[in-house]
Design a binder for this molecule. Structure first.
Ligand code: MV4
Length: 503
């Protein structure tokens, strides 16, 4: 293999993904530079990197989102490239362009593709032009209630209202009948305004009980693009993925669906002039019709399940493509073997409606043995900060088939022990022992239904709860020795008539 073009790469991220990228750099003989905020001074990534540069205060705006600080760190350390990980600046076209202007390689897609695919409406138009199926709907924002009535009648109920300026479920409302439309439009618009500073919403046909299945894409700068199969990501809580797996159980019953979705994803990627790693998200209905939702222009959290089943190292390929190498893989070279499942281990308190549970990790016992992979960003004695997403680690397993993978994951979860903070580990045991999960009967409402079956529906917060939580934050903020949760990390919002504290 040709020697790497990069001698040194800066990792512009934190936690488990920073450790993951540093490990890939070590294997390729490339020096690593970590960047860190005040609260991450003793982080595992800082300990493992060859060099580390302090960015500033815990607030992301002062650290992991501070474009000029990060580029300055790369210039001062002589890094030839920057890996953005996921989240933070990983899908920020301005950052990608700032890197290129500074003569630093952005390890990801071209800024033009990030910009093109970053707008949901532009991505939908691009997908339609590329011949990828999209959900029936009208992408232009509704003008008023009459316009909404007309569009919804044309699409036919049930419909879904979505915020034009953002995603992730905020500003989304299901409307079953015309009688519900006025209230739905009012609620969706006001939440869209609060969340995205734009009250514009548009209407789509509701896909009932959909699966959320995504296709991994890998392309080089010469326009050669392949897909690496699918990931089943339907197990989500409040639009946060919890358990992912590869292959999707639905593909085992319908392998031609993988080919059709893979081809659609490739058409979107080619139309966008895409290269490096990316992911096309789809909804799949109960009749196995699939609909393009959006394309994520970054490496995903859940990439390990694809790596386990294909045997490829996606971060290695990202680095090689960014260094100008051609993708020496053809579609026929991609084979899928066995089954992989990933559980995202969060510092969350199941007794407090999965509120973040920061604090010092007193004890840590991680599972091991055949087919176990742990991508962790923590160690015993590390204090999980309240400033960022509380992901501790990803536990992934591989086995010859899905039933074996479920058994192996159950064994691994039972071996996993974290003391000093609360975690969501017990939730995985419930999921893995659930007969509907075992049968592969997955859809985006699965976890809500499973919890309802177990008599533990999502708790609702009353406004007096909110007042108590806000007061607690205020008190915490007054304590000199503690940093209160940063505003950008935790926000309260109303959704579908209930109020939840959301990360
Ligand atoms: C939908 C849908 C059903 N029908 N669109 C949620 C956030 C954004 N990614 C799109 N989402 C959805 N769009 C139509 N026409 C259901 C969802 C949805 C969802 C999608 C993927 C993963 C989890 C989800 C949880 C709730 C709703």
């Amino acid at each position: 293999m040709r020697p790497p073009k990069f001698r040194k790469v800066l990792v512009a991220n934190r936690g488990e993904i920073a450790v993951r990228v540093i490990r890939a750099l070590r294997e390729l003989g490339i020096a690593s530079v970590a960047v860190y905020s005040d609260t991450d001074r003793d982080s595992l990534a800082v300990r493992m990197a060859n060099e580390a540069v302090h960015l500033g205060a815990a607030a992301s705006s002062e650290s992991y989102l501070a474009i000029e600080k990060i580029i300055g760190a790369a210039q001062r350390t002589g890094a030839q490239a920057i890996h953005p990980g996921y989240g933070f600046l990983s899908e920020n076209a301005d950052f990608a362009e700032a890197c290129e202007r500074a003569g630093i390689v952005f390890i990801g897609p071209p800024a033009a593709a990030i910009r093109k695919l970053g707008s949901k409406t532009a991505a939908r138009r691009l997908a339609i032009a590329a011949g990828a199926p999209v959900v029936p709907g009208v992408q232009k924002p509704v003008l008023d209630l009459d316009d909404a009535r007309h569009i919804a009648a044309e699409i036919s109920y049930p419909v879904i209202l979505k915020a034009a300026a953002g995603g992730g479920g905020k500003g989304m409302r299901r409307v079953n009948t015309e009688g519900e439309l006025e209230a739905g439009l009012r609620d969706a618009s006001s939440e869209a305004e609060r969340s995205f500073k734009s009250s514009e919403v548009y209407i789509e046909k509701l896909v009932t009980k959909p699966r959320h299945i995504e296709i991994q894409i890998l392309g080089d700068r010469d326009g050669h693009v392949i897909h690496l199969g699918e990931r089943e990501c339907s197990l989500q809580r409040r639009h946060q993925k919890v358990v992912e797996e590869c292959p999707s159980p639905v593909m085992l019953a319908c392998p031609e669906l993988r080919h059709a979705m893979g081809e659609a994803a490739l058409r979107v990627a080619r139309a966008a002039g895409y290269y490096n790693a990316g992911t096309c998200e789809f909804l799949v209905d109960e009749h196995r019709n699939f609909y393009f939702l959006e394309m994520n222009t970054r490496l995903q959290v859940e990439h390990p399940v694809t790596e386990l089943v294909t045997g490829l190292d996606l971060v290695h390929w990202q680095l090689r493509i960014a260094a100008g190498e051609s993708l020496a893989l053809q579609q026929e070279d991609i084979h899928f073997r066995g089954s992989a499942i990933e559980c995202r281990v969060y510092a969350e308190d199941p007794e407090q409606n999965y509120m973040p549970s920061p604090g010092k990790i007193l004890g840590l016992k991680e599972p091991s043995g055949p087919g176990i992979r742990i991508d962790s960003g923590v160690y015993p004695g590390w204090t999980v900060p309240m400033d960022y997403d509380p992901l501790l680690a990803k536990l992934a397993v591989w086995a010859e088939d899905r039933p074996s993978a479920i058994r192996r994951m159950l064994r691994a979860v039972r071996e996993y022990s974290v003391t000093g903070i609360q975690t969501n580990l017990r939730l995985f045991q419930e999921i893995l022992e659930d007969t509907h999960f075992d049968a592969g009967l997955l859809h985006t409402g699965f976890l809500d239904e499973m919890m309802a079956r177990r008599g533990r529906g999502e708790e609702q917060f009353e406004m007096h709860d909110i007042a108590a939580i806000v007061a607690a934050f205020h008190v915490a903020r007054q304590q000199p020795q503690r940093t209160a949760p940063s505003a950008e990390r935790t926000s309260l919002w109303r959704s579908a008539g209930r109020t939840e504290v959301m990360r």
